[in-house]
Every structure is written in C-alpha cells, then in structure tokens.
Design a protein around this ligand. Structure first.
Ligand SMILES: NC(=O)c1ccc[n+]([C@@H]2O[C@H](COP(=O)([O-])OP(=O)(O)OC[C@H]3O[C@@H](n4cnc5c(N)ncnc54)[C@H](OP(=O)(O)O)[C@@H]3O)[C@@H](O)[C@H]2O)c1
Length: 292
C-alpha cells in the first residue's frame, strides 16, 4: 500500500461494482479511508471483502443507501457524518441507464434521479463538511455521451413528453457537467474544488440486471469483450481525487486525466444556474423523513 492518500477520507458512490469499485480499491491502496456506498448490503460486503483481500490494510467502510430516493441520499449524508468529522473527497460515481421510463418513490424519472439529483443532494447536504475539511474535492462521473444532449428542457426534466433512453441518459450526463460548473462557481474561494469526467468506454455492469433489455443488453454484453476494464475507467477519478497537479483546478471536465472542452451546451452558465435552481426546487418538494 502507498501512503499518498494517508489520513484522507474519501466517499465513493456505486462502490460495489464497475468503475466505482475500482476507484474505491485504488484510493484504499493509496492509504485513504474509503466510505464505500452501495444500495445492496450483500453486494457491497462482497466487493469490500475482495478489496480487503487485494489490498492489505485497506480501510473500507460500507454505507447502504438507494440513491433513487431523495430521503435515502439525505440519510447517506448523515451516515457519512456519523463516520467522520472530515471529508476530503466526494466521488459521485453511481449511475444508470434504463431503457424504459420508471418513476422513483419521489415521482422523479429514475435516470435523472440517480444520475443527477442524487449527486446534487449528496453534495449539497455535505457542503459544510467539505468546506470545513478544505482543501477538499468533489468529483462527478459524467460521460462523453453528454454531447448527445442537444437541448435541456428544464420544463421536462422528468422526460414525460418523450422517453428515448439514450437521450435521457445523455441529458443526465449533461446535468453532471452543468452541476459541476455551477458548484465550482458557488465554491470559489472556499478551497473546495469541483470537477467532472468521462471515464472512457469501459467494460462494467452498466445496463445489466434488466436495466437494458433485448438488443441493447446484447450489444453491451458483446461490447464488453472488447473494452478495457474498470481499473482503466477509474484512472481519471483517482487522478482528480489525489493528484497535486489538480489541487486547485475547478469547474473542469476531464477525460484521460486531461482537461477537455465539454459540449457547447455544457458551458452555458445561465443554464447551469437555472438547473441548480430547478434541482433545488425539486428536492425541496420532497419532505424530509424523520430519519434524514
Ligand atoms: N462504463 C462506461 O463505459 C461508462 C462510460 C461513461 C460514463 N460512465 C459512468 O460511470 C459511472 C459508473 O458506471 P459503471 O460503468 O461502473 O456501471 P456499473 O458497473 O453498473 O456501476 C454502477 C454503480 O452504480 C450503482 N447504482 C445504480 N443505481 C443505484 C441506486 N439507485 N442507488 C445506489 N447505487 C446505485 C450500482 O449499484 P448496483 O450494483 O447495486 O446496481 C453500481 O455500484 C456511471 O455514472 C456511468 O454513467 C460509464
């Protein structure tokens, strides 16, 4: 184990599978204390057991929450606070693509809720902890796919008008870039940075478990044979979480550990601010459960 991240506390969502598991493993191997978030205790325990077997002395703690529920995300922030009085890095990694419109317990479209609202809620709930821990970093896993979103209709974030899963996924990943931009603007001068990234096209569990069916599921299964594995996909997240080179870089979109220009729409600061306000309105419409 190296010590580059010794005494650093890192939270990673979607840490039981794919890129998130590889990110948690790599950061644990650098000496970080990793709060590993997943929605299923069994899958999470299995992933953490394998990380502990691979990394002697790995400090990994499982935290369970279903990120499709605003109150479970609020509860996850509380679980993180219960574990630590500092948070150096938050990696918003968990994400999904689903081929049919589904609504969450809060009535939001599922892809939008998990891919955008969950990072929004988790980050905003933890802002005071991150600021108190400065220098600190917020990293959100977006996708090069965000360029596929040619518009973002704030009146139809729930995709009620029309549901085409690739468009819905692309818009949610555009939201990740816009969220990062506005977050960076709001955090200017606090010592907390916000960056997002494309991890590459990587063989993971993405679309498995019935999220994608028929031809789409088949295509992803076949593609997996030709794609690099999750360790490769974790590289840019790990770089943004740990490298001194990017200690002060903020508001940027990265791919292959390098800053990259996102789509034109993703650089629209007015849209980023409007998305933030609308996200706040949506989240505020969900009453806090007594436990969150
Ligand atoms: N793979 C690629 O080529 C690629 C390309 C661009 C961007 N990305 C992005 O990379 C990130 C990681 O994806 P991946 O490829 O590693 O996929 P993955 O293997 O399917 O991992 C996704 C993770 O998110 C978790 N998750 C999904 N829904 C959740 C929920 N409701 N509550 C809590 N956790 C939930 C999953 O938990 P379960 O195991 O319980 O489902 C899993 O741990 C995503 O944001 C994705 O959009 C991936």
């Amino acid at each position: 184990m190296s010590t580059e991240m010794k005494n650093q506390v890192v939270a990673v969502t979607g840490a039981n599978a794919g890129i998130g598991r590889a990110t948690a493993r790599a950061l644990a191997a650098m000496g970080a204390k990793v709060l590993a978030c997943g929605r299923d205790r069994g899958r999470l325990d299995e992933a953490l057991a394998s990380i502990r077997a691979e990394v002697t002395g790995a400090e990994v703690t499982p935290l369970v929450a279903d990120l499709s529920s605003v109150n479970e995300v609020r509860g996850l922030a509380e679980q993180i606070r219960a574990q630590t009085d500092r948070l150096d890095v938050l990696v918003n990694n968990a994400g999904i693509g689903v081929d049919r419109r589904q609504e969450t317990v809060d009535g939001f479209e599922l892809t939008f809720a998990v891919n955008h609202l969950a990072p929004f809620v988790l980050t905003t709930e933890l802002l005071d902890l991150l600021e108190a821990s400065a220098p600190a970093r917020v990293i959100t896993v977006s996708s090069a796919n965000h360029v596929g979103a040619k518009t973002l209709d704030l009146e139809d974030l729930q995709s009620r008008e029309r549901f085409a899963w690739q468009d819905v996924y692309a818009r949610s990943k555009l939201c990740n870039v816009l969220f990062t931009r506005e977050l960076a603007r709001r955090l200017a001068g606090t010592g907390v940075t916000a960056n997002c990234l494309h991890p590459g096209v990587i063989a993971t569990e993405f679309g498995a478990g019935g999220d994608l069916r028929g031809f789409n599921a088949w295509m992803f299964r076949v593609l997996k044979w030709f794609l690099p594995g999750p360790e490769r996909g974790a590289r840019t997240s790990v770089y943004l979480a740990s490298s001194p080179e990017v200690a002060e870089t903020t508001g940027q979109y990265f791919a292959d550990c390098k800053p990259k220009e996102p789509s034109r729409l993703a650089t629209d600061d007015e849209l980023a601010a409007a998305l933030w306000r609308e996200s706040e309105r949506l989240v505020d419409s969900v009453p806090r459960s007594p436990s969150s």
